[in-house]
Design a protein around this ligand. Structure first.
Ligand code: CA
Length: 521
């Protein structure tokens, strides 16, 4: 007997002994399960969102989510790079258990939250940047960018093939998301993942927002010129410094017209120590500190312009939900796959366990379930997202998921057994930026980081030193706290079943570039 016919035989008697009218009455009496719209950007730092206290921009539409819902202040990525964080969100598991410590291919045959929601009767859809090196599984509809995708006239592909869609990626992803919402089956709750490319490197804004930011002077963070005194070798060896490592391409410099092909590409990848600019019709050459100042401005102007387009498009999506009767019982989440450095410690990119990179923005609106204008400082991790989605759908969290549902926190409760510390592990060493591998823990008040290949430690008192400038690891007065943190680190490492599975040998990177399938007919 085939699997299908066996299931039919087993389930038919159950259905026939419960009249359809009873089933309909039960459905009508139960509160409708909420819809979920999960909007995730790539590399959006919370310090570039005004409801998180941004000093560099205003994000009125993201602020709407905070004002009409909750702002979570301590949600952290467990491995602060793109592909691993995405894998943890889908599986509710750390990198060492879901098999994605770096930019390697995600095995889509493993259990994931969209599959479980689909099984539970949700309509599931995925739009935009996927970046997991394999095709999506568990979605009724998917339409994604190949690999990193591009900002202008992006190629998308689905199960039927690929097509170029004219326009700017952030607008196009919001357009497709709204179309998915319009065309969804109306007899099911929905789970829609809308994943933007923005504001990922190389931070290419659209023309409207580029102009809006091109002449703005962005305030510098106080530790842009951090001298790294007292820190370990890792921060001195990194190659993700705003002043040293931004390329001509990042800075949007124009190649000489005579160059083409490989020569043009090589020119764009140079990290310039001298730049010619034109100001009010006057040509000048920038070097030294003047060039450093200019590089920070160029970086931030483009990054923030990309964010502004995201903000506009989140507003457009919220307006559509509100105008279509979906405001009350739709959980709208805004987050990013991790944080980002906006010049803090002189850095761009993410990877390090320092706050700006570790912290994920997390804004959630759900009028039926969350008090407007609330905030939470409960320590959350990206592995908590899957259990949260499952509880919203009335489903149990599988025992092997490592996160915990946010629902009690959203309801303003503080469960006595909520986690007091989170565990972090980064593997991509040397990776793209010569960032040293490390693991560590963050508690409500402290952070301990261990660069295991170097056998070097950093420890920060986040209450006294929130910008992490003073490494107290060797401070005699801090030894009691350091030893307590070390014990807690060892305990948590064991609890999350990290047996150093990927400490020495890493799978090969493969999710960066993906050739899309052939064009649709
Ligand atoms: Ca990212």
């Amino acid at each position: 007997m085939s699997a299908i016919s066996r299931r039919t035989v087993l389930t038919l008697p159950l259905l026939t002994c419960r009249p359809l009218a009873d089933l309909a009455r039960a459905a009508a009496a139960a509160p409708a399960r909420p819809n979920m719209l999960f909007i995730r950007t790539d590399d959006h730092a919370s310090q570039a969102i005004s409801s998180y206290g941004s000093r560099v921009n205003r994000t009125p539409n993201l602020d709407r989510l905070a004002k009409e819902g909750m702002r979570m202040d301590r949600v952290f990525a467990t491995n602060s790079i793109c592909t691993p964080s995405r894998a943890s969100i889908l599986t509710g598991k750390y990198s060492h258990l879901n098999g994605v410590p770096v930019f390697n291919r995600f095995d889509g045959s493993q259990p994931t939250v969209p599959k479980m929601l689909q099984q539970a009767g949700y309509y599931t859809a995925m739009v935009g940047k996927w970046h997991l090196g394999s095709d999506p599984t568990g979605f009724d509809y998917w339409n994604i960018l190949p690999g990193q995708g591009v900002y202008n006239d992006p190629t998308f592909y689905d199960k039927d093939g690929s097509e170029v869609i004219k326009g700017y990626a952030t607008d196009v992803i919001a357009d497709i998301t709204i179309d998915v919402l319009k065309n969804r089956p109306k007899d099911k709750p929905f789970f829609v993942m809308a994943h933007h490319k923005a504001p990922h490197r190389e931070w290419t804004p659209d023309e409207k927002h580029r102009k809006q930011f091109e002449n703005l002077r962005i305030p510098e963070p106080a530790n842009l010129r951090d001298d790294y005194a007292g820190r370990t070798d890792a921060i001195r060896e990194q190659q993700q410094a705003v002043f040293k490592d931004l390329t001509r391409q990042d800075l949007k410099l124009t190649p000489p017209p005579e160059l083409s092909g490989r020569e043009r590409q090589a020119w764009l990848l140079v990290k310039p120590t001298e730049v010619q600019i034109e100001e009010n019709g006057v040509k000048k050459t920038l070097t030294g500190k003047a060039l450093e100042d200019w590089k920070y401005q160029r970086y931030m102007q483009d990054y923030l312009a990309c964010v502004q387009s995201v903000d506009d498009n989140v507003g457009r999506t919220l307006d559509w939900l509100d105008a279509n009767g979906l405001r009350e019982n739709t959980v709208v989440i805004y987050t990013s796959d991790q944080g980002f450095f906006l010049g803090e410690h002189g850095l761009f990119d993410k990877r390090f366990m320092y706050e700006e990179s570790l912290r994920m923005p997390f804004l959630v609106r759900w009028p039926a379930g969350i008090k407007p204008g609330s905030t939470s400082n409960a320590i959350g991790i990206n592995c908590d997202f899957a259990p949260t989605f499952l509880e919203l759908a009335g489903q149990k969290t599988p025992a092997d998921m490592q996160g915990r549902s946010f629902l009690p926190v959203w309801q303003g409760k503080k469960p006595g057994d909520w986690r007091q510390a989170m565990y972090y592990r980064y593997y991509h060493d040397p990776g793209d930026h010569n960032t040293r591998a490390h693991y560590g823990i963050r508690t409500a008040t402290h952070k301990l980081i261990y660069f295991w290949k170097k056998d070097q430690w950093e420890c920060y008192d986040l209450m006294a030193d929130p910008t992490e400038m003073r490494n107290i690891y060797n401070d005699p007065k801090a030894q009691t706290v350091v030893s307590r943190l070390k014990q807690e680190l060892a305990r948590l490492k064991k609890e999350v079943k990290d047996d150093d599975q990927f400490a020495d040998k890493l799978p090969q990177d493969s999710s960066y570039v993906m050739a899309p399938p052939p064009k649709k007919k």
